[in-house]
Design a binder for this molecule. Structure first.
Ligand SMILES: C[C@@]1(CC(=O)O)C2=NC(=C\c3[nH]c(c(CCC(=O)O)c3CC(=O)O)Cc3[nH]c(c(CC(=O)O)c3CCC(=O)O)/C=C3\N/C(=C\2)[C@@H](CCC(=O)O)[C@]3(C)CC(=O)O)/[C@H]1CCC(=O)O
Ligand SMILES: NC(=O)c1ccc[n+]([C@@H]2O[C@H](COP(=O)([O-])OP(=O)(O)OC[C@H]3O[C@@H](n4cnc5c(N)ncnc54)[C@H](O)[C@@H]3O)[C@@H](O)[C@H]2O)c1
Length: 333
């Protein structure tokens, strides 16, 4: 990753755009959508800028850029047709430690702008790390077609319940599971189909059930999953889903870093396989480990590398050593 992706809160803050052409106005538009107060400085304004100004959305200063324009700004974007001006904006902003972007000049950017899919409150930003901006736009367009606006509505609905869920489910683990189940089940499908009332009712019911379950003490689970021959694209959708919701991943040497990278960032990763200099954990010790982790209430994934599906003998062996706890299941890659 060449750049750190962050989402900056510019709501109500003064931001400066240097330039008054269509590129400057497009970049200013993004700042406006994020709630910033935008001032453009440029001797000449294009038609769109004049429209924005008369609608009271942006302020236009009909002057050439000077360092004093940076006073009180949170960030600055330059998009002029004068390379010397762009360089001066960059130097002046850096000397004041202000974040600065110069359109199309990565060497003069302390941040770059991504292609954006706005499904407020959900925001998806796509960057190619500055390598191929048109590819970023292309990928954005493809993603847009299968991320409908209802995802924004779903996020709003879940956001509205966060306080209540936090109050009634005290353990962070139980809360995370509750949200995962809601997203994988009916709550999400109803909300995405536009039935907000049904989704709310379903969520309320699921919350009561989760609270009851919590009182009885929620157990963990163990899944035995085949990681396939090493190519992440050959994982089944089920294996991927299990990988992404596991709390702990117990893996061996045949499971490559590309597959492990698909797990949640916070998931604990436990290596039990054989390396040249290392001894593998004996099978019994692995089983004990799985049982211990599951009885701590964790979702444990025993990820085994190698052939994509278990042979009959392997399947028999594997289910024989699946720990005697419930639920404890397997998934063939
Ligand atoms: C995503 C987007 C956001 C935005 O600008 O709002 C964006 N560029 C967009 C479009 C676009 N840019 C260019 C073309 C013409 C085709 C072409 O020439 O390739 C088109 C196509 C078009 O206009 O459709 C020209 C171009 N751009 C840069 C260079 C210099 C270079 O690559 O070295 C050159 C060559 C200049 C030359 O030849 O002289 C550099 C940058 N452009 C970036 C962002 C940053 C990296 C983003 C990333 O990580 O991918 C970065 C590094 C700096 C920055 O500007 O922030 C926006 C799509 C928004 C959307 O539609 O959603
Ligand atoms: N990222 C993209 O998609 C993309 C696409 C095309 C061009 N560009 C880049 O963005 C730049 C601007 O493109 P445009 O089409 O908006 O240009 P433009 O020629 O329409 O506008 C240039 C603007 O810069 C202003 N300017 C000139 N000197 C100035 C100064 N001293 N202080 C303040 N403002 C000054 C002018 O008044 C004008 O408003 C281009 O030069 C190009 O490098 C980027």
């Amino acid at each position: 990753m060449r750049h750190l992706p962050i989402f900056m809160d510019v709501q109500g803050h003064d931001c400066l755009v240097v330039g008054g052409g269509s590129v400057a106005v497009r970049k200013a538009g993004l700042l406006l959508e994020a709630g910033a107060k935008v001032t453009l400085v440029a001797p000449e304004a294009c038609k769109e800028l004049l429209e924005q100004q008369s609608a009271g959305r942006m302020i236009w200063l009909a002057e050439s850029f000077a360092a004093r324009h940076l006073a009180g700004r949170m960030l600055v974007i330059a998009a002029t047709d004068d390379a010397g001006v762009n360089r001066r904006v960059y130097a002046a902003a850096r000397s004041r430690s202000l974040p600065v972007n110069v359109a199309d000049q990565p060497a003069l950017c302390s941040f770059i702008l991504p292609a954006v899919i706005d499904r407020a409150p959900v925001t998806i930003a796509v960057s190619s790390g500055g390598t191929a901006p048109v590819l970023a736009r292309h990928l954005k367009t493809r993603l847009e077609t299968f991320i409908p606006h209802t995802w924004g509505r779903l996020a709003g609905l879940l956001g509205g319940w966060r306080g209540e869920v936090k109050r009634r489910l005290s353990s962070p683990l139980a809360r995370r599971r509750f949200w995962e189940d809601a997203l994988e089940g009916q709550v999400a499908s109803l909300a995405l189909a536009g039935d907000t009332v049904g989704a709310e009712a379903c969520l309320a019911q699921a919350l009561s059930a989760a609270v009851d379950e919590g009182v009885q003490g929620q157990g963990g689970e163990v899944w035995l999953v085949g990681a396939g021959p090493g190519d992440p694209e050959l994982l089944t959708l089920k294996a991927l889903r299990l990988l992404q919701r596991a709390d702990v991943i117990v893996y061996d040497r045949l499971v490559g870093p590309e597959i492990l990278a698909l797990a949640r960032r916070e998931a604990e990763r436990v290596f039990v396989g054989k390396r040249a200099s290392d001894h593998a954990l004996p099978q019994e010790a692995i089983s004990e480990l799985l049982v211990r982790l599951a009885t701590e209430g964790k979702r444990v994934l025993r990820l085994k590398g190698g052939i994509p599906s278990f042979s009959d003998a392997a399947a028999r062996r594997s289910s024989a050593w699946l720990p005697p706890i419930s639920p404890s299941r397997s998934c063939q890659g």
